[in-house]
Design a protein around this ligand. Sequence first.
Ligand code: TPP
Length: 378
Amino acid sequence: MSSKSANASNTDPLLRAAVSNQKTGQLPEGLSADDLKRMYEGMILIRAYDERQKKLQRSGRIGFCVTSTGEEAAQVGIGQALSDKDWIFGYYRQYGLMIYKGVPITELADHLFGNVGDFAKGRQMPAHYTNRKVNFVSSSSVIGTHLIHAAGAAMAAKYKKDDVVITTYIGDGGTSANDFHSCMTFAGVYKPPLVVFIVNNQYAISQPVSKQCGAETLHSKGVGYGVPAIRVDGNDVIAVYNASREAFARARAGEGPTLIELFTYRVGPHSSSDDPTRYRGNESDEWLSDERDPIARTRQYLKSLELWDEAYEARIWEEAQTKVNEGTTESAKKPEPDWNSLFEDVYAELPPALARQRDELLEKESEFPRQQEGEFPL
Ligand SMILES: Cc1ncc(C[n+]2csc(CCOP(=O)(O)OP(=O)(O)O)c2C)c(N)n1
């Protein structure tokens, strides 16, 4: 692994402080033993989903996928602190929040297949999820655009005196986007109930964070906008939970926004179209070690509380794999959306040029047979 990431993880005082959030043999404030186990099981379900996504993509069942292996704590810690009323303006790597909030795997997989069950009706780029049931707003492909939507939603919540927290997420690379500046400016001036998470997984595709920003840390950007900021060990699920809980409580109490940098690592490729060995060798292996992997670290912690044994581990992996296999198999059987639906949802009355295109498409439909229900089971 590179000395850069080793240094960042071993010498940063904020990270060292955050690590102590897992106090051996002691339950954290605000969490029960059952909560901790649910968090551990949630992280495992996210990882099992990632393993399945990769297989589906490599076997040609789906065209594209994005994984979040190594970043499970950075999602579950937040999910545990969010209330059901709160909002999530995420980008493509936060689907673990939906999984942790109980969205069935088949609803995520429907989107990967772009089938008739997909909430985005097969129109979005794959891995750009949305789910109304958990207030997960449709993700944009264009990096950063959702940040200003989140700031606007948070300002609206403040004006309307709604008791909600708006959360938004951006990668280390995304903090260089103009929209990050706009979002943080509005957050600093109007002090809405907004929590901005920087998911610093150390790479923006092949670009390491050292080439993205000249500052030592990304949370330091908060100072310039007048937004309180903290840097957290994003692989420590308790540290992520604590920081989120505190920021959400501040937002709910009318004390304004918080910027939280979650220091983590993207273990897998940027997406299924990327080969990270070309720009970082095998340094990612280090991040699956017992000292760094968020799942292994939580396991150690559960052990210290006598909440873990081999039989439990085997059972929850089996349950996770069954959920993922059954959910994705169900999605694979569903047909594509009706082509006609391409022309819906924008115009009350279809303009003549589009109406012509729809008629031509329907005329030629028989030349392009559609996948039928149950035709390609896994
Ligand atoms: C405005 C814009 N520029 C470039 C891209 C291409 N692009 C897609 S993802 C990505 C990297 C984003 O990295 P980061 O914000 O660190 O998030 P991560 O994928 O590492 O979680 C880039 C450059 C884009 N989608 N939008």
